[in-house]
Write a protein that binds this ligand. Structure first.
Ligand code: ATP
Ligand code: LTN
Length: 330
């Protein structure tokens, strides 16, 4: 039987956070044996916010190195850059013409990012989800593993695919979002009511995968908690502690009840040190591999060129079918 297809991507917008790692990367790695996986670096999506060109190039390589360092095997999965497979921009445009303004204006990410970048609410930021739908539909993906924040975009992708199929006959597979049950929304350490995000500007709010053990310890120790001193899961009233518990639980495979028991009668200080140590231990092999990869840009270039070739073969077929159906000579 043919393996089901997975596609996902991460924007090339900065150093990856623990949120990206737990919400996305860890699942990418888990899925490689069972599925035919395409993992992309969304560098075209990154243009929706103004970027320094050298930094964008470097961030692209950083994400690629992070994919491999966290365990994605380029011999098992296809790793590629969105910009190297031109079909993405082309299908993105076609889908723009099948997406309604009303649908796009309901997208939470658009609303959040427009508020954050009020001086640059560009058309790309608005049509971002249609490009993302193109990414997914080109590969006839069955599942799209992402964190919670991307679910709405995958749902829109399903609507677009159904709309297109209804008009022109079976063309796209209808993809499903694949959101982890725990860890789909890791919150900021300083602002535990907002998701941890790689473009956050709040100091000590994010744990970066490249942070040193010292930095990790310091940031976790500074994490915002509450004043009742009890390690107990209560997302509503104890968001800071609950977020740390979630992180600790995922990394040590313990349930919230087990964690509550483990730290019964202990203060937050002891708990925070345990959380920081769990993160440090998890990221130790990542660090080593990441530094090796970043010191070898030639190898990274080989990987993305090879990935682009494989991805193009699949993407080209879907785009050709779409163009034939809608009357575009190609
Ligand atoms: P940016 O700050 O540039 O918007 P981001 O940190 O939100 O970046 P994305 O590139 O948008 O990261 O997301 C990459 C993947 O990581 C997506 O699957 C997304 O759902 C997931 N993800 C991002 N932040 C978190 C988080 N805090 N918790 C769990 N998953 C997350
Ligand atoms: N929008 C996503 C990144 C992304 C993506 C995709 C994820 C671009 N294309 C296709 C899954 C499938 C984000 O901001 N995390």
């Amino acid at each position: 039987m043919e393996k089901k297809v997975i596609l996902s991507g991460i924007q090339a917008t900065g150093d990856l956070t623990l949120g990206n790692y737990i919400g996305a990367l860890k699942n990418f790695v888990k899925m490689q044996d069972e599925y035919n996986c395409y993992y992309m670096i969304a560098n075209l999506h990154a243009l929706t916010v103004r970027r320094d060109p050298d930094e964008l190039k470097n961030n692209t390589l950083k994400i690629l190195a992070s994919y491999i360092a966290s365990g994605i095997d380029p011999d098992k999965s296809t790793i590629f850059l969105q910009s190297q497979v031109h079909e993405h921009a082309e299908l993105g445009w076609v889908l723009d013409c099948y997406t309604y303004m009303g649908e796009l204006s309901r997208m939470t990410q658009f609303k959040d990012k427009s508020a954050k970048h009020a001086d640059n609410i560009n058309a790309g930021l608005f049509t971002y989800p249609s490009l993302m739908a193109g990414d997914i539909l080109l590969y006839q993906a069955d599942l799209v593993p992402t964190g919670e924040d991307q679910k709405q975009h995958v749902e829109l992708t399903r609507d677009l695919a159904e709309r297109f199929n209804k008009l022109y006959g079976d063309t796209f597979k209808i993809p499903k979002p694949y959101i982890p049950k725990v860890g789909a929304r890791i919150m900021g350490l300083q602002d535990p009511k907002s998701k941890m995000s790689k473009s956050s500007t709040i100091p000590n709010d994010t744990i970066l995968l490249v942070d040193t053990p010292d930095e990790i310890m310091k940031k976790v120790k500074k994490a915002v908690t509450d004043s009742d001193g009890i390690v107990k899961y209560d997302e509503e009233n104890k968001p800071g502690i609950s977020n740390l518990m979630e992180i600790y639980g995922i990394l040590t495979k313990k349930t919230m009840e087990e964690i509550e028991k483990e730290f019964e009668g202990e203060g937050y200080g002891t708990f925070k040190v345990a959380v920081a140590n769990a993160i440090i231990k998890e990221l130790e092999p990542f660090h080593k591999k990441y530094n090796e990869l970043m010191a070898n840009p030639q190898y990274l270039e080989e990987i993305y060129n090879k990935g682009a070739k494989k991805a193009t073969e699949v993407a080209r077929k879907t785009l050709k079918d779409v163009y034939d159906k809608i009357g575009i000579i190609s």
